[in-house]
Design a protein around this ligand. Structure first.
Ligand SMILES: [Mg+2]
Length: 415
């Protein structure tokens, strides 16, 4: 089986008035994602997800495609013991070739995101060619992956946030993640309200969304511990590694980060300097299933667990979930519950979680069947067709599409 061609599919939807959520930089206008389909010469198609500025992803894919066309995809068994031996199987060799090809334009950011989209599609094809699900190719023994609801963004009252959390539990989730960083007063009230509604048998995680300094993060961490929060995610800007190192291990709950990191080398540094307890790679951002897998294996050798970030679409969720299901230090995968129509419609029906578990099934590859009608609904012919605005993580247009981000209103000296 050889690679025939690579196709990019850019998708976009706009939130109806009043149905959108807000970030610190203001309301989110809509959501976008890019799917990458690798077509083989036997008619098989592999799919991956690439989440970055769509025009940059498009350019990177076009730059990488000549390296792939006509190249074979081996269907030999993956050896889980050889994950650090580069070039031990064809996807790794192709990955390495693409990485070197983009050395001066990639390594982090959109080129790595594009590479990762291709990588997921290659794993999908490899599974299809060999008749095995990816979780089994990766050495796993179960098709079930724990999954958590990610939602409850800024702008809600503590009571409304707690009500949304309760609905997530009713939907079948056993873990929920909420955003904090609005203000000390709101955060404390919201965390307490959510814990009170979901009870003590549901895991609660808090995403700090880069809003804290070391002092306010320490204080918030104490509050989170008293509410039995499972992990404290990204209290600081992703590159502010000194603060992560300073906070980690001093506050009685795990520190999580990684959604803004790229490539095994990036995660190796996070782990080497002991900046993190729970590592959060994302196949749709960090370089694909290959990089999530290598990061997971490295985390394991350091005694750490991993819980992939997933935000853009169900292909990303499922790619990440195959790695979590296959590795004994995989905790859970994130599922966007903010009214993301890609999550709800691209597979024909919403990703279903029962008793906290996402069922991946035993179909070959990633087991994904995209709904053609949904693809047609969301597809834009060119990245330039996506309107300017705040699309959550990806901003298109001039900075004036953003609102000024107010400083975090901390607890004050007397608290
Ligand atoms: Mg996050």
């Amino acid at each position: 089986m050889k690679i025939d061609h690579v196709e990019t599919i850019h998708l976009y939807f706009e939130y109806p008035e009043g149905k959108n959520f807000s970030t610190p930089a203001g309301p989110v206008k809509g959501r976008m994602t890019t799917l990458v389909q690798v077509h083989a010469d036997n008619g098989m198609i592999g799919v991956g997800s690439a989440y970055a500025h769509p025009a940059m992803v498009q350019a990177a894919i076009e730059h990488l495609t000549p390296l792939l066309e006509g190249r074979a995809i081996t269907d030999t068994e993956y050896d889980p013991l050889s994950q650090f031996m580069r070039g031990d199987h064809q996807i790794e060799r192709l990955w390495r070739g693409m990485y070197v090809w983009t050395r001066w334009s990639g390594r982090k950011g959109a080129a790595m995101v594009a590479l990762g989209g291709i990588d997921q599609a290659l794993w999908d094809l490899r599974g299809k060619a060999g008749g095995k699900p990816v979780w089994r190719l990766l050495g796993g023994e179960t098709s079930k992956c724990p999954a958590y609801a990610s939602g409850m963004l800024y702008g809600n009252s503590p009571e409304e946030t707690a009500e949304i959390a309760g609905k997530m539990v009713e939907k079948g989730f056993r873990r929920v993640k909420m955003r904090i960083g609005y203000s000390w007063e709101y955060d404390v009230a919201a965390v307490r309200a959510v814990r009170s509604v979901i009870g003590n048998n549901i895991d609660l995680m808090c995403d700090g969304t880069w809003r804290f300094d070391l002092k306010s993060a320490r204080r918030m961490a104490r509050e989170l511990v008293s509410n039995r929060v499972f992990w404290f995610e990204e209290p600081f800007e992703a590159d502010d590694l000194d603060n992560y190192v300073a906070l980690r291990g001093t506050v009685g709950l795990p520190l999580a980060t990684g959604e803004n990191e790229f490539g095994f080398e990036g995660f190796r540094e996070l782990i080497r300097i002991a900046a993190v307890d729970i590592v959060q790679p994302d196949a749709s951002r960090c370089g694909g299933i290959s990089e999530v897998l290598k990061t997971a294996r490295l985390a394991r050798t350091a005694g750490l667990r991993f819980a992939p970030h997933s935000w853009c679409d169900p292909v990303a969720v499922i790619s990440n979930a195959h790695v979590v299901a296959s590795q004994d230090n995989g905790i859970t995968v994130e599922i966007d519950q903010t009214g993301n129509r890609f999550i709800e419609e691209l597979l024909g029906s919403p990703l279903a979680v029962k008793e906290g578990m996402l069922e991946l099934g035993s179909r070959p590859g990633l087991g994904i069947e995209l709904d053609p009608a949904a693809l047609k609904r969301f597809r834009v012919t060119s990245p330039s067709d996506i309107p300017e605005g705040n699309h959550c993580d990806i901003i298109l247009g001039p900075p004036t599409v953003l609102q000024p981000i107010p400083p975090y209103e901390g607890p004050g000296e007397s608290d």
